[in-house]
Design a protein around this ligand. Structure first.
Ligand SMILES: [Ca+2]
Length: 297
């Protein structure tokens, strides 16, 4: 079709802006903005650092650090993992806890791969049956401060906040280590790409899971205080939790625009149910998990 023929068509579409057929051609239409409506707040946790929703199992896991003030990385034998159902009811408060052979200290980031729930525990990564919570065992060790976990579907990835590294671990325990931004905290995968946030640098990065490219900053450091968690919505919007900025924020898929999604005390490692549009946000210092419905304005 020639340009001459296209012009009347585009003009018609602009006139009809507001009808679904031509909306995407309207260059002045404001892109939709994500909003969060709080559905509930679940109280009574013990320093929750991470909430992980697993929709296919109708389960939400909450990692409780359970420590004395400012001793969130101490080997104190007090940590545990709670199990919630998808209605937000606590099915088992201490679903995974220390055993005489394997003490748990400060569970934080979690992921599910295969039949196992994996979670960090200070210098280690532990795992147990995702079905029953039984069979607790050591998966990997030797980290500085193992913070978050993510999976690409084949391996478990660990962010090590003090060693400034992210590490891939195969199911047989083989580690491959990559240099991460200083203070790396939350990590996630989306559509085969890997992203992470830095607590110390206040910045969001695309990470190369092959290690060939250095971390690529988004250039948003001036927007944040101390970043903890990151997830990516199906439309490519990033959601990050700013622990000391006391808010959860969206970043547009073009990585340029930051908007406050909700304000809360100390949001740590967040999780989403992408199909239902539900966001789970642990409030570390308030012993609470807030649950939000995401919607576009
Ligand atoms: Ca974290």
């Amino acid at each position: 079709m020639s340009t001459k023929c296209l012009l009347p068509l585009i003009s018609l579409c602009l006139i009809l802006a507001g009808t679904t057929g031509c909306r995407s051609l309207n260059p002045w239409a404001a892109p939709p903005v994500w909003q969060a409506e709080q559905l509930t707040a679940i109280e009574g946790f013990d320093i929750p650092e991470c909430a992980l929703v697993v929709p296919e199992r109708d389960a939400v896991f909450v990692a409780n650090v359970s420590a004395n003030p400012d001793e969130f990385w101490s080997d104190d034998n007090k940590g545990f993992v709670s199990l919630l159902n998808n209605k937000g009811d606590v099915a088992s408060f201490r679903w995974v806890k220390s055993t005489p052979q394997l003490p748990l200290h400060g569970p934080k980031g979690m992921c599910v791969l295969g039949d196992h729930l994996y979670f960090t525990d200070n210098t280690r990564v532990m795992r147990c049956s995702v079905e029953t919570g039984e069979g607790l065992e050591l998966f990997a060790e030797g980290f500085g401060k193992a913070n978050d976990l993510a999976t690409d579907g084949n391996r478990v990835w660990v962010s090590d906040t003090t060693e400034n590294a992210f590490i891939a671990i195969t199911l047989d325990g083989t580690k491959t280590r990559f240099t991460a931004p200083q203070g790396i905290n939350g990590i996630t995968f989306s559509e085969g790409r890997m992203f992470g946030v830095s607590w110390h640098l206040h910045e969001v990065f695309e990470l190369d899971p092959t290690g060939k490219q250095p971390p690529q900053p988004f250039g948003l450091a001036s927007e944040f205080v101390n970043l903890d968690g990151i997830v990516v919505l199906p439309d490519g919007t990033f959601i990050v939790s700013d622990f000391k900025g006391h808010r959860i924020a969206t970043i547009t898929p073009d990585r340029k625009t930051v908007r406050t999604l909700c304000e809360l005390d100390s949001p740590a490692d967040i999780s989403i149910d992408p199909d239902k549009g539900i966001l789970y946000a642990p409030e570390f210092h308030q012993n609470r998990v807030r649950v939000y419905r995401l919607k576009k304005r």
